[in-house]
Structure formats: structure tokens, C-alpha cells
Design a protein around this ligand. Structure first.
Ligand SMILES: [Zn+2]
Length: 122
């Protein structure tokens, strides 16, 4: 259940970010998760509910955006999006895709604080 440790590090990072705003409560946290990061969203949400108790994040929403996996197809000479994680093949020519990127990231995109106009970009 690696979601719990992931969530713990997210909570730490967000708590650190909002420490500049004393008394602020976090309303929403947006997370970008790569399709290859092997994170189950329901599990992430469940852990989030537990890990945010008694923190400035308590009661906040976790919004997860799954980032598709992409790479470069040398045959087509263009960047392509990979539909299946089972094989890294170009959807256009079925050739092997190089430089596979996007897919393993797990990063905080933005944090929204209650009663504040500004959004903290990380
Ligand atoms: Zn191709």
C-alpha cells in the first residue's frame, strides 16, 4: 500500500507550503499522477482522508489528474501518446516508441487555500 506513504509526503509538502499563511486551511489540492505511477485513485483518496486528520488539510478535496504516457516515435518523427501500458508502441505505425516520458510523475500541481484569493503554485 504505497499510497499511504505517497499521501504522507504530499501532506508534508502541502503543510510546508501553507505554513507561510498562519491559520490557513487548505481547500483543495490538485495532484498530477502519471499513468505509470501505479497509483490507485480510490486508495489515494482513502489514505488522504486518514493522513489529513488534524492537519491544515483536513476536509480538503484531493483532485487527481492522470497524466498520459507519451514518447517519441522515430518512424513517424513525432511525439505520440501511448494508449496501452502493456507495450510501448506507436498508435500510428505500431513501431517502438523512444524516450518514454510522462507517466511516472507524482507532483502537486496547485494548492487552494480557504478564504484566500491566491493559489500557491508549486
Ligand atoms: Zn509511429
Amino acid at each position: 500500500m504505497h499510497e499511504l506513504s505517497l499521501v504522507a509526503s504530499i501532506v508534508d509538502a502541502v503543510t510546508e507550503s501553507v505554513s507561510a499563511y498562519p491559520g490557513a486551511r487548505v481547500k483543495e489540492v490538485r495532484l498530477r499522477v502519471g499513468a505509470l505511477a501505479a497509483v490507485i485513485e480510490e486508495s489515494l483518496q482513502f489514505c488522504y482522508g486518514i493522513a489529513t486528520e488534524d492537519t491544515p488539510l483536513q476536509g480538503s478535496a484531493l483532485i487527481v489528474t492522470v497524466v498520459p504516457v507519451g514518447g517519441h516515435c522515430p518512424s513517424c518523427a513525432r511525439d505520440v501518446e501511448i494508449a496501452s501500458l502493456q507495450s510501448f508502441r506507436c498508435p500510428l505505425c505500431c513501431g517502438p516508441v523512444e524516450n518514454v516520458r510522462q507517466g511516472r510523475e507524482l507532483e502537486i500541481e496547485s494548492i487552494e487555500i480557504e478564504d484566500a484569493e491566491e493559489t500557491v503554485q508549486s
